[in-house]
Design a binder for this molecule. Structure first.
Ligand code: FE
Ligand code: FE
Ligand code: ZN
Length: 276
């Protein structure tokens, strides 16, 4: 069994998102910690967060997978963007404490010309400044498609970041099926092999969540265009094998497919019908 849900908007608050997830048939969800395009964060109402924290165990929810804004880039060549991103990351860690024991996923970043090695050090430095031993959130590095100068399309790069992070129990990885495929890992013909490689390079104990997306493009395309489940190049059968894979059971799966509410409800039901 896995947990399934989709991205919801946080404008109406935490409890409203929990109820929305349930209305769509989900038992987890993702939300942006602030406007996905960046900017200031909405004020958190502690009682609202608390109501979600009560609703989740009562409804047997899996862990939530918060998402950092897309504008966050802690390894930008521009110093001001780097600093702004580090500040956002730190602030988001304190915000996540209102809904403790969940995940916070972020894109490692784009090196914008600095090169991968420099970027890896910068990402680790940002994490070392933001993570504290008291916090109750696990930060997830997302596997990336490798578009432009993105860091993290290769498992070794994620391993490089993790190696430099001091508080290793606070760090994990989110496995995005579209991104991994676009990054050149053939989850259609060799899902076992890809997971074996993940285990060898990073360790499967770090794989905490899945972004469950089909892809418009071919394996290794580095494009990052998501498709609805079964309507892309990964396809229905391969997507089903991901849901049913023994090594991925118990994890939250988040849909980031191009859908409205009705489409998400349909995909959630479809994934449920595959659950083992
Ligand atoms: Fe993402
Ligand atoms: Fe993703
Ligand atoms: Zn993507």
């Amino acid at each position: 069994m896995i947990y399934i849900g989709n991205h919801l908007t946080s404008s109406k608050g935490f409890e409203a998102m929990g109820k929305m997830a349930m209305a769509l048939g989900g038992d987890t969800f993702a939300f942006f910690t602030r406007n996905p395009r960046g900017g200031s964060a909405k004020e958190i109402i502690p009682e609202d967060a608390k109501r979600l924290c009560e609703l989740m165990p009562a409804q047997n929810f899996g862990k939530l997978v918060a998402h950092a804004p897309y504008t966050m880039n802690v390894c930008s060549a521009k110093e001001d963007i780097r600093q702004f991103s580090k500040d956002m990351l730190k602030e988001d860690m304190t915000r996540m404490e209102y809904v403790p024991e969940n995940y916070y996923n972020f894109h490692p970043g784009s090196h914008t010309g600095l090169g991968t090695e420099v970027a890896i050090s910068m990402i680790a430095e940002a994490l070392n400044e933001a993570l504290t031993s008291e916090m109750n959130t696990i930060v997830l590095l997302e596997t990336m498609a490798g578009k432009g100068s993105e860091v993290g399309a290769i498992f070794e790069e994620l391993r490089g970041i993790i190696d430099r992070v001091e508080l290793k129990d606070k760090i994990g990885v989110c496995f995005d099926t579209c991104h991994v495929w676009d990054g050149g890992y053939d989850i259609v013909n060799n899902l076992d092999g890809v997971l074996e490689e993940f285990d060898r390079v990073i360790g499967l104990d770090r794989l905490k969540a899945v972004h469950f997306n089909d892809s418009l493009n071919d394996c290794g395309s580095h494009k990052d265009r998501h498709a609805c489940i079964g309507e892309g190049k990964i396809g229905l059968e391969a997507m089903k094998r991901v849901v049913q894979h023994p090594l991925l059971q118990g994890k939250p799966f988040i849909l980031e497919t191009p859908n409205e509410d009705a489409g998400y409800a349909r995909e959630i039901a479809l994934v449920r019908s595959w659950m083992v």
